[in-house]
Design a protein around this ligand. Structure first.
Ligand code: NIG
Ligand code: FE
Length: 426
């Protein structure tokens, strides 16, 4: 298939973008992409590719922007129920962490999720994935973390693998048994930390080997920790992540969402794939990120969702030479947003990114945050054919416009899915 005549083809070629290089879109005007099977076979000017491949099935992208599918590198997409009532409490003045400490928050979703059957979990999650996909997310990371006991956490991992197999979306799974202290260990967080290390991590490792993970999953799932006051302190986070690393798991961390505990520097020290949230991050942590290959994942929808005014110091991270990425953090508590388009719009305003910087952070750099930048995140020959046709003539409409869906077609592994997210049904 030949997608041709795109007013702008954003290739994002050249690999992850560090520091001030962020925002290098490498645009081909009047661009075309040749797709063979699941992969990109050629990229160039429409005139050249149409001449070289005259008999190819054609998809006319006149007046449209073509870009890589969004990669959402931080979501908590698998849960049961909702927390609409808590949203009202928060808007009434109660703090997120106080709701958590009172047995609500994450723990209330844990109760619902533990009770839910695998079928229920799949049925509740599938529509969210479908909406993400229709808004242009072709690959997402997804965390467990609403089980907080071995069996329930494995159920969530199984659900994520089942949803990945269903497609068309692709899911990079993460084990987040250390999302909160399980209610059974409310008064003894250290005992729960020890349980994660001695029982859960080895169980996940064993389960993964036994379940023959699909070949698209090149490594074990990521292991993540919520490093935060009222969750896991720095020493406990270190204990969990070190144990995980010793078992061979790649690492991630939730750091500095509410307090600066040093989680980002820990992530760098342990060679984590990413450190995420990064709102209260100190200059020392920023410098450490800037010198490292650990991706700084900003989740601007989280402060927005909590009606807080402070965001990731993205400019400082760029200044320090860090690799900045963007994600939704989609979850039932702090931010239920499924659209990377909205993340881009918010990142531009709240963190003063340019549209080009936000787009790179939501594609090639976010692919790097889940260690898949060799396969997705840009439009280059040999890469998987994951791309979007946007119903806009210029890439700057991304960020500029928000609240409606700009996607006209999603191409995933070479297959075209039409989206009708704005129009009335025919
Ligand atoms: O990334 N911070 C921890 N986890 C989520 C919130 C999860 C929830 O509230 O259910 C986050 O914001
Ligand atoms: Fe999160």
């Amino acid at each position: 298939m030949l997608i041709h005549s795109a007013s702008q083809l954003l290739t994002l070629s050249g690999g992850p973008q560090r520091g001030k290089a962020l925002g290098t879109l490498n645009i081909i005007e009047d661009g075309a992409v040749l797709i063979r099977g699941e992969k990109i076979a050629a990229v160039g000017k429409s005139a050249d590719l149409r001449r070289a491949y005259p008999d190819e099935t054609a998809l006319d992208a006149s007046g449209c922007v073509v870009l890589p599918g969004f990669v959402d590198p931080h979501t908590h997409i698998i849960w049961a129920g909702d927390r609409a009532a808590e949203f009202e409490m928060k808007m009434g003045g109660m703090h997120y962490l106080d709701i958590l400490a009172a047995g609500g928050g994450i723990i209330s979703t844990v109760r619902r999720t533990r009770q839910a059957s695998l079928e229920t979990l799949l049925d509740e999650t599938r529509p969210r994935l479908a909406r993400m996909f229709a808004h242009g997310t072709t690959t997402l990371e997804a965390k467990t973390g609403y089980g907080l006991q071995t069996e329930s956490e494995l159920k969530l991992l199984a659900a994520l693998l089942a949803l990945d197999a269903e497609g068309p979306w692709e899911i990079a799974p993460t084990f987040l048994g250390a999302h909160a202290v399980a209610p059974e260990y409310k008064d003894n967080p250290q005992a729960y930390t020890d349980l994660v290390c001695s029982e859960m991590l080895p169980a996940v490792h064993e389960w993964w080997q036994a379940h023959h993970a699909p070949s698209s999953m090149v490594h074990l799932p990521f292991v993540d920790v919520f490093c935060e006051n009222k969750a896991f302190d720095l020493a406990q986070s270190r204990q969990i992540l070190t144990r995980a690393r010793d078992l061979g798991f790649p690492l991630k961390i939730h750091a500095d969402e509410f307090d600066n505990l040093g989680g980002a520097s820990l992530a760098v020290e342990l060679g984590a794939a990413s450190a995420d949230h990064l709102v209260k991050t100190s200059q020392t942590d920023i410098d450490a990120l800037g010198r490292s290959d650990t991706v700084a994942v900003s989740l601007p929808c989280t402060p927005f969702g909590l009606a807080e005014s402070e965001y990731t110091p993205a400019k400082k991270i760029i200044e320090a030479g860090g690799i900045l990425a963007l994600a939704t953090d989609c979850n039932p508590g702090t931010t239920w947003n499924e659209s990377m388009q909205f993340v881009i719009a918010l990142a531009c305003r709240a963190m003063k990114l340019t549209p080009a910087q936000a787009i790179a952070a939501a594609t090639i750099n976010s692919a790097h945050a889940i260690r898949r930048a060799d396969r997705i995140g840009s439009i280059e020959p040999g890469k998987q054919a994951d791309l979007l046709v946007l119903d806009v003539p210029d890439y700057r409409h991304l960020g500029y416009r928000y609240g409606t869906n700009l996607v006209r077609q999603v191409v995933k592994r070479g297959r075209v899915y039409s989206v009708d997210g704005n129009a009335l049904p025919a």
